[in-house]
Design a protein around this ligand. Structure first.
Ligand SMILES: [Cu+2]
Length: 158
């Protein structure tokens, strides 16, 4: 019984950790946009194109997003649930230049992001510039959520 309890506690701990945390990197991860800092510095942040996505239930609303290459963009992510969610989008993250992640009273500066966590009830903003064209799939980083339908698509167009 003790061992079972310990295993359960460990499993819960691992599950809790699966959504991860914001990981902003100042060292170039392999395959990421190498001149991201220059792109961020050269963008016009006065009036970024704003897109809002709400997480409700196990769905991103909307789940299909379109961004424009080389345009300063502000993606507002509203977690309207009472559990933690995240965004796993390795290829998309590799192809953008990140100005900052804002939320929870914090501003994390880029220029590279490897993971993004959306704690229960919180709103975060990803300020970025799409630096390459592409069609990308993304999904929730919390274990089991993608299979419940928490997935989406991103298009980066001219
Ligand atoms: Cu989720």
């Amino acid at each position: 019984m003790m061992i079972r309890g310990a295993c359960l506690a460990l499993t819960l701990l691992i599950l809790a950790a699966c959504a991860g945390s914001d990981a902003v990197s100042t060292r170039l991860p392999p395959g990421f946009v190498s001149n991201a800092a220059e792109i961020v510095a050269g963008a016009d942040w006065a009036s970024p194109e704003t897109v809002t996505v709400t997480i409700a239930g196990h769905a991103y609303q909307p789940s299909e997003l379109t961004f424009h290459r080389d345009r300063a963009t502000r993606l507002v992510l509203v977690n309207a649930t009472e559990s933690d969610h995240g965004i796993a989008a390795r290829q998309f993250f590799a192809d953008i230049a990140v100005e900052s992640i804002r939320g929870g009273g914090q501003i994390l500066k880029g220029p590279w992001i490897e993971s993004l966590l959306l704690p229960a009830g919180q709103t975060k903003e990803l300020w970025f510039v799409p630096a390459r064209y592409g069609a990308y799939a993304f999904e929730c980083s919390a274990l089991g959520h993608p299979s419940l339908g928490e997935r989406g698509l991103i298009d980066v167009v001219p």
